[in-house]
Every structure is written in structure tokens, then in C-alpha cells.
Design a protein around this ligand. Sequence first.
Ligand SMILES: [Zn+2]
Length: 130
Amino acid sequence: MKKFQILKHVDDVIKFCEMQFPRKCNCCGKEFTDFKDFLLNTEIPSHAQNSNLQIVDFNDIQDVIAYRNCKCGTTITLPCSVGLGSKTMLLNIIGWDSEDNDISKLEVVIKLRDAVIKKVLGDNYETTKS
Ligand SMILES: [Zn+2]
């Protein structure tokens, strides 16, 4: 199995996600001070462990969108790369990793997601609930 090129961009994705904070839940008003706070106080929607990510690939919009649930139950969307200079590159790399490793693009994105969460929260945090 080849190395995943996408994992070189973990820092870029984290940087972009951090730019979107502080932000509030539209429903309950809970404020998330930063990306780490957001990850700690939201969760991947249950029954959606492997489908809370959406790859958007239109002509002028290319991004990975993550869905996470606020504790009040509202789903909050978090774009992961729009605004980065390399936004089309991210989608290209996901495509290449997918072909090189013979797995779906979504599986590549899940690897990216888990690497981002692990880097922000540390090794002790479990990326998937048991
Ligand atoms: Zn809320």
C-alpha cells in the first residue's frame, strides 16, 4: 500500500478549520471558542461514523464538508478547505490516493478526518465511538 499523500495536508486543514472559530450553534447558542473546543463539544452524528463527510466537487466549489452534532442535537457543517489556496489540489490528492490505494474517495477523507482529530486532540482521543 502506498503512502497517503493527503496526510501531508493535515496541518493545512487544521489551520483552515481554526479560521472559522469562534462560532455559535444556530439552535442553542452554544459558543465554540476554537476548533479543539468544537471537536470536544460536538460529535460525529451517531449512525453516521463513515458518512458524516461529504465531498463537494462542482465546477467552482470543491471542498470536503464535515457534519458534526452539537449537544443540543443540531447538525453543524464545517467546510474543511474552501479558502485554502490549494482547495482544488486537496480534491485532486484525494482522487490520487483513492486510485493508488484502491479505496473510495470517502475512505481517503475519513483517514484525513481521523488524522486531523488525532492531531488536534491528541492520541488518547478515540476518533470513533465504540
Ligand atoms: Zn446547539
